[in-house]
Write a protein that binds this ligand. Sequence first.
Ligand code: VGL
Ligand code: ZN
Length: 189
Amino acid sequence: MKKTAILLVDVQNDFCTGGALAVRDGDAVVPVCNELIGLAAAHGCPVMASRDWHPEDHCSFKAQGGPWPAHCVAEKAGAQFHPDLNLPADAVIVSKGTKSGADAYSAFDGTNAAAALREKGIERLLICGLATDYCVKATVLDALKSGFSVVVVQDGCRAVNVCPDDGEKAFAEMAAQGAAVCPLAKVEW
Ligand code: VGL
Ligand code: ZN
């Protein structure tokens, strides 16, 4: 089996219930992520977690003419990982969207994620998190472009669904580009 890491995308308070850009049922990914983290530990697989980490005047915020309410402002409560997420102490944290003038949906955009994974010899990524139709999709497509095999852990994702089937379309697009899309129970280790 290819050397595998898990990549948890933006499991942050602002994307969960009560957050500034809450994804419906976003909290539901947390137990799935925790199960994935436990399995990763059992199989000796490293854990990477991305976080949206914006300056207060980020270009994606409505005040700057962007599409979103202010969210995931660096260091603030909304930008913290969900309190129930059991990230191990040695998880690699990747911050993205850190510059005012550029958005970064993908965990690979403007970060050292690909280099950090290659340094560990990682060939395959198990990816889930928030949101299916934005940051998860962008991260998965970039991971494929960077040469990683990707399994999208479907039950560990939730979508914004600006249009009602955006999440389903995102899964289809990720699959069309070469990702396997399957529930955690079917992941092979
Ligand atoms: C995200 C909208 C804006 C995401 C981030 O993590 O999916 N969505 N910023
Ligand atoms: Zn953002």
